[in-house]
Structure formats: structure tokens, C-alpha cells
Design a protein around this ligand. Structure first.
Ligand SMILES: Nc1nc2c(ncn2[C@@H]2O[C@H](COP(=O)(O)OP(=O)(O)OP(=O)(O)O)[C@@H](O)[C@H]2O)c(=O)[nH]1
Ligand SMILES: [Mg+2]
Length: 302
């Protein structure tokens, strides 16, 4: 009698680590072919773990985008850095992304390599932003970092334009161990739509408001109402610490908040594929970074 064989599947998790602004979220989005994690020119954009799923053939990979690693000072920063290190638990592979175009990548990266060494955690080294840097500069950097012996392989790529990303993707798919998939084949992430929608607004806030303000601001979902006509009504609150910051986010006659809202709405319509009514409220609350509910909402420890 012939036994019916269950098909062999492969599954695993890959953590993307690196200093702030190295291009972690850009790489996640490029690998997925979807804009899932928010990206800005500013450092410390990503604040939470963002899982992006790639399922192809018999293999499912959970890519984990993380907040950048740096010396944290505030409670929020400590929670962000903790989340990044926590992503190593259960990761089958770790990618350390380095901004190869940065004038001084070594100092920030060294501290991360030190911690990886302490944890005896091998990683794959990704030299990113090769579109912005001359090859002569890349090779010595690759050699220097590779000499630390913490890396199994080095990839040079541009997360932005996709050069070299397919090669990395092939390695990732080949490296996943045998095992059952953890998510349905067509699932993209485990982050809720409500949270992703709030992140989009935060991206626009980071883009439109400068100085220190965005670092002291957060966007939280308030409500999400599906209408019979197929549209969705989304209400979010932008939290800032000071009344003066509230005034800055609002802008003259509410002009700034209007711009943030319309930029966010354009992305939301694209992502959700239906009409969106977005209502934003701005609240000044000096202590929002102290509140546990905020951390729980974003899956942060605090
Ligand atoms: N030229 C170039 N720019 C890139 C590349 N990858 C990322 N960037 C840019 O670098 C900036 C930071 O990218 P992110 O993907 O937000 O970086 P991150 O590592 O996720 O940053 P945090 O979330 O703040 O830790 C953005 O302006 C990106 O467009 C690349 O390959 N080439
Ligand atoms: Mg990021």
C-alpha cells in the first residue's frame, strides 16, 4: 500500500538589524515588493517590530524589520532597542545592514558587532546603498568588517533600486529549515491594518515636520469604521509632548495638519484599495511616553 506523502515545506525567520537609517525598512519593502514598513530620511523612523511574509514555492520566510540600534536614552528609545535585540530570538538568520555610503559607518556598527559577538550570534553582512558609493571604498570596508569573523557571507546591494537584492533573496530561501508554515500563503504581515495606517500618518509627520518634534510624537489609532458604501472612516490621534508642538503640527489655520492628512490619505487609499476618510486630532500630553498602553499597542516592552 502506498502512503500519501505530505509535501515538505520550509519555514523560518530572518531578523534585519542595523544602525538607524541603514536601510532596513527599505530592504524589507524591496524584498516583499510592497510598501509595508515606513521609510524616511530621518534616523529612528521604525519604532516597532514589523513582520513581512514572503511565501514562494515550498518556503515561507518571516522577515523582521526592527528599530535601529543605538545608545538609547529615553524610555521609548530603550524599548525600541530592546525590541530589535529581542527579534534575534527564534531567528534562523540575522542580517546586519550597514550604510556603506555613510562617511563613518564603523563606530556605530562596531558597537553592534560587539554585542553580536557577546551573544555569539553569527550574521550575514549587507553593505547597503552601493548606488551611492564607489567600489574602491566598498572593498576595504567589506574586508574590515568581514575580518571580525562574525559574518558567514557579505552581500553588496542597493535596497533602494533593488540591485543585488535577488541574490540575497535566493540565499534566504535556500537557508530556511524544513518545517510547517506559520501563516497562510497569502498573508503579508501580522501587523494590524489599524496600526499600519497610523504608521503611514507618522511617516508623513516625519517628512513634513523637522527638528526634534517628530521624535517626541506618536500616532495612535482611535477608531476604524467600515461604511456600507465600501469606504472606511479612520480616526487617529497625533500625540506630542508640548502645546507649542501641537501648534506646529496644526500649522497656520490648520494648514500643516491638512497636508499631513492628505498625504497620508493618498497612501491609505492605495494600500486599502478603497475610499478613505481620515480624521486627525492632535493632543499635547507631556507624559505619553510614560504610559504602558502606548507600549502595549506597539508591542513594545515598557
Ligand atoms: N541611495 C540609497 N538610499 C537608500 C538605500 N536604502 C535606503 N536608503 C535611504 O536611506 C534612508 C533610510 O532608509 P530606511 O529604510 O528608513 O532606514 P532604516 O534602517 O529602516 O532606518 P530606521 O527605521 O530609522 O532605523 C531613506 O531615505 C532611504 O530612502 C539605498 O540602497 N540607496
Ligand atoms: Mg526602519
Amino acid at each position: 500500500m502506498k502512503k500519501t506523502e505530505t509535501p515538505v515545506t520550509h519555514a523560518g525567520f530572518v531578523a534585519i538589524l542595523g544602525a538607524p537609517n541603514a536601510g532596513k525598512s527599505t530592504l524589507l519593502n524591496q524584498l516583499l515588493g510592497e510598501k509595508l514598513s515606513i521609510v524616511t530620511r530621518k534616523a529612528q523612523t521604525t519604532r516597532m517590530r514589523v513582520l513581512g511574509l514572503m511565501t514562494e514555492g515550498d518556503t515561507q520566510i518571516g522577515m523582521i524589520d526592527t528599530p535601529g540600534l543605538f545608545q538609547p536614552k529615553s524610555k521609548l528609545e530603550r524599548a525600541m532597542v530592546q525590541t530589535a535585540w529581542d527579534s534575534l530570538e527564534g531567528a534562523d538568520l540575522v542580517l546586519l545592514i550597514v550604510d556603506a555610503a555613510s562617511r563613518q559607518p564603523d563606530a556605530k556598527v562596531e558597537a553592534i558587532i560587539e554585542e553580536l559577538t557577546r551573544r555569539q550570534q553569527k550574521a550575514t553582512l549587507i553593505l547597503n546603498k552601493v548606488d551611492k558609493v564607489r567600489v574602491e571604498k566598498l572593498l576595504p570596508l567589506a574586508e574590515r568588517l568581514h575580518d571580525t569573523a562574525m559574518f558567514d557571507e557579505v552581500f553588496m546591494l542597493s535596497a533602494l533600486n533593488g540591485d543585488g537584492v535577488e541574490k540575497l533573496k535566493a540565499k534566504l530561501f535556500a537557508a530556511m529549515p524544513e518545517g510547517p508554515w506559520h501563516f497562510p500563503e497569502d498573508q503579508l504581515t501580522d501587523v494590524s491594518e489599524r496600526l499600519l495606517a497610523a504608521e503611514i500618518t507618522r511617516e508623513k509627520l516625519f517628512e513634513q515636520i523637522h527638528d526634534e518634534l517628530p521624535y517626541g510624537a506618536a500616532v495612535v489609532p482611535e477608531s476604524w469604521e467600515e461604511r456600507k458604501d465600501g469606504s472606511v472612516v479612520i480616526r487617529q490621534t497625533i500625540l506630542v509632548t508640548k502645546p507649542t508642538h501641537r501648534a506646529m503640527v496644526l500649522g497656520k489655520n490648520g494648514s500643516r495638519i491638512k497636508e499631513i492628512g492628505s498625504a497620508a490619505r493618498i497612501d491609505l487609499v492605495e494600500q486599502l484599495g478603497r475610499p478613505v476618510h481620515l480624521f486627525l486630532e492632535v493632543k499635547a500630553d507631556e507624559r505619553w511616553q510614560e504610559r504602558g498602553e502606548f507600549y502595549r499597542l506597539f508591542g513594545l516592552q515598557g
